[in-house]
Design a protein around this ligand. Sequence first.
Ligand code: MEV
Length: 424
Amino acid sequence: MAERKTARVSGFHKLGQAERLEVVAAFAGLGEEHVAQLARGSNIDAELADHMIENMISTIAIPVGVATNLKIDGIDVLVPMATEESSVIAAVGNAARQCYDNGGFTTSMSGTRMIAQIQLLDLADPARARLVILERRDEIAALCNACDPTLVRMGGGFCDLEVRLIDAPSGTMVITHIIVDTRDAMGANAVNTMAERLAPRLAQWTGGRSLLRILSNLADRRVARARATWRCADIGGEAVRDAMVAAFEFADADPYRAATHNKGIMNGVSAVVLATGNDTRAVEAGAHAYAARDGRYRSLSRWEVTREGDLSGVLELPLAVGLVGGATRIHPGARALLAILGVDSAERLARIIAAVGLAQNFGAMKALATDGIQKGHMALHAQNVAITVGAAGEEVGAVARLLIERGTIDAEAAAGALAQLRGA
Ligand code: MEV
């Protein structure tokens, strides 16, 4: 029987970088090219960077780590995360460890459909125009599908049509939504092309004037869902559980808290989106718009106590990520990091990201509802401050320890500690 891979890698954080990469490479069966790419820092050369954006002068590197302990839909995964923030990756691994023996995460997805919007103005008879457009559904489907035969061959393409009337100060706008299954592509290019091709026809059929033609980042036909249950005994008992539920209720009731609570979720989500070369801004805009979908900005996650007295967490958010097209394909670092995940569809990627978001939220809520987050942040923060003042090699840990012992972590204290160490 083939050996089952486990993401429960104990002592991973204690290994050196090269050893960690070896563990990850063995776990994921990475090829030499990907390993070499990651060992070099998963960066890109100037020529490629120059093709990706305009006026390129440099690149900026962000650390990439791997979250351990995640079991998602019965499969163990090591998840690469690109983040500049300390404690984020450790929090995911800790949260995942605490529900691993209870089955880990279960995920699902509403589909991989994207929406593009076409705005029509100057219509004297918007209600009639709406029906004129809806009557042309078959023609619209054919026109959209003709824009992207490859997508259609992959099982994607036009799915649905909606026409909305929006009252604006200058008159009623007719807003057409084309809903397109973009499969393994994030889909912005595909749906924008369709919208641009369709717009003049809509104007011609209705007598209106078309203006904007662009996808919506409120990708609510592409919602990824994750849930997990943490046994009460595994998370420190009823007091911790109840404090976490109270923390959620605060976020769900108050937009000031919800913004921070959801930011914590996005710490995990955006780190995987970035590592895999996907569009962090698209996902973030979609998540926050979704959090306000019933007219008030709320928590993206929900936390409850189960009949058995355990803690259940669920998360739902739009996740427009792809595996084909854009940086996911051309950025060699993103390709190597995707190989660690071993995903074969954009849907699986989105579902993994949702599970990471939920784990991240668990970690933040548990810390906030118990010790506060500063305790956990201290060690890495102290190391960062030590590096800022010029500590190198073993000095970094030594300065950080002195700062923590003395209870003051700032540049002045770090400079003093470093001078003392060097003097000694
Ligand atoms: C910090 O980056 C994220 C948190 O503020 C999230 C939260 O408050 O839930 C800790």
